[in-house]
Design a binder for this molecule. Structure first.
Ligand SMILES: Cc1cc2nc3c(=O)[nH]c(=O)nc-3n(C[C@H](O)[C@H](O)[C@H](O)COP(=O)(O)O)c2cc1C
Length: 230
């Protein structure tokens, strides 16, 4: 239903064809993601003071819901940045190995190593693919059904510490287990939210989301409110 070329997505929906130019994330948004994630991790390690800011990690996802009179459904997704394709396999394997080690010797004994791997990642911003955002589909309820029907969605970010807010229009792609991308996204999720029970498999969810960025709008209150970034 969607065909991807280097920086375009071609969508056929209900007999109509749509072509979307794909973009990289705006520099300000990327810095906001990297800086807050890095600071939060350093707070966990006791290297910085303050409260971790989880705003970059949680996004409101809105999907069209054609069967519902109100036409829209919203939920929250945990959101991640993704390494470039030449790095993703190695980093995914490293995270899987670290999860295995945590089950072997105990989560507490790998805490610094797990957080340390994430610190290393966010300390090297050039590692990341700026054209993609990721999440896991954990419930396969309304959002899932809506995306299967129409892959267009909105992601709304809001920083509750500063008021910074951005909305993206995205095309959602489901990536199944067995793919390096899926392995990375699921393993990084578990590296941080390590399940207590080792029998809980890292590939327990059917799909990771790959969000392709089509439009971006400022939503921060003030003079820039509602201006188009691209
Ligand atoms: C803080 C927070 C993080 C969440 N993260 C995810 C997530 O990463 N993936 C997911 O599928 N659901 C996540 N959820 C649950 C969704 O908000 C929602 O309950 C789920 O998608 C089912 O709703 P739906 O029928 O609208 O899809 C999260 C909820 C909260 C409050």
């Amino acid at each position: 239903m969607v065909e991807y070329t280097e920086n375009m997505a071609k969508l056929e929906f209900r007999g109509k064809n749509y072509e979307y130019k794909l973009h990289e994330m705006p520099e300000e948004f990327f810095r906001w993601q990297i800086d807050n994630r890095l600071k939060g991790l350093k707070i966990f390690l006791g290297e910085e003071k303050g409260m971790p800011n989880f705003s970059p990690h949680t996004v409101v996802m809105n999907t069209p819901e054609y069967e519902n009179e109100f036409c829209i459904n919203s939920c929250i997704k945990g959101l991640g940045l993704v390494p470039r394709s030449d790095k993703i396999r190695e980093l995914g394997e490293r995270a899987v190995e670290l999860i295995r080690k945590s089950y072997d010797i105990g989560a507490d004994r790998t805490f610094r190593e797990r957080v340390g791997m994430l610190v290393e990642l966010y300390s090297n911003p050039e590692t990341f693919d700026r054209s993609i955002l990721s999440s896991m589909e954990m419930y396969k309820k309304r959002t899932y059904k809506n995306v299967l029907e129409d892959p267009r969605a909105n992601l709304l970010f809001y920083d509750n510490q500063t008021g910074y807010s951005v909305m993206f229009s995205v095309i959602c792609e489901f990536v199944p287990r067995g793919d390096d991308y899926y392995t990375y996204v699921s393993a990084i999720h578990d590296l941080f939210h390590l399940p207590k029970d080792p029998s809980i498999k890292t590939d327990r969810y059917d799909f990771a989301y790959r969000f392709h960025l089509v439009e971006a709008f400022e939503k921060t209150p003030g003079p820039r409110a509602s201006t188009r970034i691209y």
